[in-house]
Design a protein around this ligand. Structure first.
Ligand SMILES: [Ca+2]
Length: 167
């Protein structure tokens, strides 16, 4: 993959873990397009591929952590450095927090958008919260799944898909 990344690019990815398959199954059951490919998502924060993701904890990782996995990477047409920074400043408050595993149970039950008392978002919620504070979407992200995000990347004119395939 020969790709020039920018701060504010978003990605969705899948791996073959049991948890990943469980997430994809519940996404597929809820999907209106009968398609769910991805189980995880994150924000790219610089051109070297440093990411901010809600994995075991919310922290900075490297996109290459997902090497060999299927991935979609997309860029919002209005993701300027200023917009990126506004969103980044907000999600940095979660840096170092432990992944809210019980929120995943809320997702499996389909009630995640109603229950967000912990304040710590799962992976795709972190991405949408970045987008919200960047001023580029009008919802805060609670309840969003990686499949919701990937569908938006593919179908909304405001996104350019930079790459979809194996990383
Ligand atoms: Ca879908």
């Amino acid at each position: 993959m020969n790709l020039t990344l920018k701060a504010g690019d978003y990605f969705c990815v899948r791996n073959d873990s049991f948890l990943s398959k469980l997430i994809i199954l519940q996404e597929w059951i809820k999907s209106l397009d009968h398609e769910a490919t991805y189980s995880h998502a994150g924000v790219i924060v610089d051109s070297n591929g440093t990411t901010m993701e809600s994995l075991r904890k919310v922290a900075h990782y490297d996109l290459q952590t997902h090497k060999g996995c299927k991935i979609i990477i997309a860029r919002h047409k209005e993701m300027t450095p200023e917009n990126f920074q506004k969103g980044y400043n907000e999600i940095l408050k979660y840096n170092g927090k432990v992944y809210p595993i019980f929120r995943l149970v809320f997702h499996l039950l389909g009630i995640a958008k109603f229950l967000h008392t912990s304040g710590v978002p799962v992976c795709s919620e972190l991405v949408v919260e970045h987008c919200y504070h960047a001023g580029l979407c009008d919802h805060d992200g609670y309840g969003w799944t990686p499949d919701n995000l990937a569908d938006k990347m593919r179908n909304y004119n405001c996104y350019d898909v930079l790459y979809e395939g194996i990383l």
